[in-house]
Design a protein around this ligand. Structure first.
Ligand code: GTP
Ligand code: MG
Length: 230
């Protein structure tokens, strides 16, 4: 086990150390950003715990764990600023809260397609969280072949000074969809390919996405036959 010693942000020390160079307004903005960012992280922790609890109970009840793996990530401050600039919005904490819903992100990878929906539905049913937005790119795949279920949840986070509702973006997908999305993502950012080759690979990937989707269904059917009680 590795004990992580994270450098925690000492707001009062920043205030003290930089009081001659940072105005009160600037300091309030920094503090606002740090507190907001931490709340989003807390939101991701809450949803992550809910998901692993569901996975554990599923295993206990059905002798089978639906979640293959999970990844949690925080959007970097650079990407948050980039996104606001792209949307032509002034960079402020209020604009972050009102316009960016994927600061906290969790990716849930399941082995089987049915588990995408069973896990998502069990999470949606929990009484303390609400669904802000949902995009089902499995039922309606993107034209490039991208498939995943995206749900933005609002989750309460209990802080020392009260409760805050925080959005967390959860992407549910199968191993096959994840496999596809990783390669496609890499292709998008590759600039050393000539445009013909890139286009060919995009067409290939579109076909592979359909094949993987076929495979997801066939594997599910065999799995269901092996586990008729589920
Ligand atoms: P963003 O501004 O990028 O968040 O777009 P959006 O608000 O329309 O969100 P959407 O739900 O469409 O997609 C958000 C996330 O899904 C992205 O940040 C990616 O992680 C993933 N995603 C969406 N489309 C694709 C795609 O075509 N390929 C891959 N590899 N990932 C995708
Ligand atoms: Mg995004």
């Amino acid at each position: 086990m590795i004990n992580q010693r994270n450098n925690f942000i000492n707001l009062s020390r920043i205030r003290q150390e930089f009081k001659h160079v940072i105005s009160e307004d600037e300091m309030n903005n920094i503090e606002g950003f740090v507190r907001t960012y931490q709340r989003y992280q807390a939101g991701a922790n809450e949803i992550g715990t809910k998901l692993s609890n569901l996975d554990d109970d599923f295993r206990l009840t059905y002798d089978y764990a639906p979640i293959h793996s999970m990844e949690s990530r925080m959007k970097s401050p650079e990407s948050i600023i980039e996104k606001l600039v792209r949307k032509q919005l002034p960079v402020s904490v209020d604009n972050i809260k009102e316009n960016i819903f994927d600061i906290a992100g969790i990716r849930v990878i399941t082995s089987y397609i049915d588990d995408v929906y069973s896990v998502a539905d069990l999470l949606k049913k929990q009484s303390d969280i609400t669904v802000l937005k949902e995009k089902d790119y499995i039922k309606n795949p993107k034209s490039n072949g991208y498939r995943s279920l995206h749900v933005i949840f609002s989750v309460p986070v209990f802080q020392t000074d009260g409760v805050y509702d925080v959005p967390v973006e959860v992407q549910f997908r199968t191993i096959g969809m994840d496999f596809w999305a990783s390669l496609e993502h890499e292709l998008v950012y590759k600039n050393n390919l000539d445009s013909e080759t890139k286009k060919q690979y995009q067409t290939d990937l579109e076909h592979y996405a359909a094949e993987l989707s076929d495979m997801d269904r066939k594997m599910r059917d065999i799995f269901k036959d092996l586990h008729p009680q589920n």
